[in-house]
Write a protein of this length. Structure first.
Length: 81
């Protein structure tokens, strides 16, 4: 199994911005197991906006898939607690 990124990945040689509040909300819904359409309904956004936030999260974290992003988010929670 591939190792999960442990921090926000650098973008273009610079440290990436922290996860935005909107991206954090999407991540929380992703942790609940919702689809993009489900997340869009909960947050009252378009599914395309959700796709955009997830794409941004993938770039910022260095994760390669939605599943890896979810595992990354869950590992972040366990590091805090």
């Amino acid at each position: 199994m591939a190792r999960l990124p442990t921090a926000i990945a650098p973008v273009n040689g610079h440290e990436a911005n922290a996860i935005s509040q909107a991206e954090q909300k999407v991540l929380e819904q992703l942790e609940r197991g919702l689809t993009n359409k489900g997340i869009a309904a909960v947050l009252v956004l378009s599914p395309r906006t959700i796709e955009s936030h997830i794409s941004s999260l993938l770039s910022k974290t260095g994760c390669r898939s939605r599943t890896q992003l979810l595992l990354w988010a869950l590992s972040r929670q366990s590091d805090k607690g």
